[in-house]
Design a protein around this ligand. Structure first.
Ligand code: 13P
Length: 250
C-alpha cells in the first residue's frame, strides 16, 4: 500500500479568529476536490472552533499544535485531549521543536502525550529533529534515534498505526534554509529504520514521515518527489491561503 501524503499547516501563534476565517474562505475553494493528499490545519486552540466550523464537510482535517498528557486536571494554561476532541480536533502535533526549546518538553513528556493521544483516538504527529550543532558534530542519526525511541517507549506495534512522524531539522525551521531532498530523505531513512527496530518492519513501512523546515511552493515538488518523504509540515508558507494551496498541489 503506498503511503498517502499528508500536507499539514502549522500556524504557530499567528492569526485571530477573523484572519482564520478569511484564510478558510479563500483556501477551501482552492483545494476543493483535492483527494490525492490529506490536508490538515493546526491553528492555536482559540481558533479551533472557527476553523473546525469552516472546514465542516470539506476535505481538510483540523488539529491542535499541542496538548497536555492528562485527560483533565489542575494544569493552568494547558489544553486537554478531551477539550480538543470536544471542539472537533482530530489530530495533534506532539513535541514540536519550539515546545522542546521554549517549554522544556522532554522525550519523556512527548512519550506521555503520545500515549494519551492514541488512547483517545487523536492522530498524533510526533516531531523530531536535530539542532545545527548536533548535525555539524555528526550526531544527527543518534539524536533522531534517541528521540524516536523516547517517544515510542511502551507503544505496542498494534497501537502504532495512526502515528505520523515529522522530521523537522531545527536549523531549517523559519530560517529559509531548507534541507536538500537528499538530506531529508537520508534522515527519514534513519527514522524509518529505527521505527522498524522498535515496532517491526510492517509498522515502519506504513508509517508516514513528513518533512518540515522552510517548505515553500518553490521547493515542495523536489522534496515530495522523494519516496521517503510522505508529506510536509509547513510553518511560514502555510499562513497565506494561496501559498499553502500551491504546496498542497505540488
Ligand atoms: P517553517 O516552514 O516556517 O520553517 O516552519 C516549519 C515548522 O516548524 C512546521 O512545524
Amino acid at each position: 500500500m503506498p503511503r498517502k501524503a499528508l500536507i499539514a499547516a502549522n500556524w504557530k501563534m499567528y492569526k485571530t479568529p477573523g484572519q482564520a476565517q478569511s484564510f478558510m474562505d479563500t483556501f477551501l475553494p482552492l483545494v476543493a476536490g483535492h483527494t490525492r493528499d490529506e490536508i490538515a490545519l493546526f491553528p492555536s486552540p482559540v481558533l479551533l472552533p472557527t476553523v473546525v466550523s469552516a472546514a465542516e464537510g470539506a476535505n481538510v482535517a483540523v488539529g491542535a499544535q499541542n496538548m497536555h498528557f492528562a485527560a483533565e486536571g489542575a494544569y493552568t494554561g494547558e489544553t486537554s485531549v478531551l477539550q480538543l476532541k470536544a471542539v472537533g480536533a482530530t489530530h495533534t502535533l506532539i513535541g514540536h521543536s519550539e515546545r522542546r526549546q521554549y517549554f522544556a518538553e522532554s522525550d519523556a513528556i512527548v512519550n506521555k502525550k503520545l500515549h494519551t493521544a492514541l488512547q483517545h483516538g487523536v492522530v498524533p504527529i510526533v516531531c523530531v529533529g536535530e539542532v545545527l550543532e548536533e548535525r555539524e558534530a555528526g550526531h544527527t542519526g543518534a539524536v533522531l534515534k534517541t528521540q524516536i525511541a523516547g517517544a515510542f517507549a511502551g507503544i505496542a506495534p498494534g497501537a502504532a498505526t495512526p502515528i505520523v512522524v515529522a522530521y523537522e531539522p531545527v536549523w531549517a525551521i523559519g530560517t529559509g534554509r531548507t534541507a536538500t531532498p537528499e538530506i531529508a530523505a537520508e534522515a527519514h531513512h534513519i527514522l524509518r529504520a529505527e521505527v522498524a527496530r522498535l515496532l517491526g518492519a510492517e509498522v515502519a513501512a506504513a508509517m508516514r514521515i513528513l518533512y518540515g523546515g522552510s517548505v515553500k511552493p518553490e521547493n515542495a515538488t523536489a522534496l515530495l518527489a522523494q519516496d521517503e518523504i510522505d508529506g510536509a509540515l509547513v510553518g511560514g508558507a502555510s499562513l497565506k491561503s494561496d501559498s499553502f494551496a500551491a504546496i498542497v498541489q505540488y
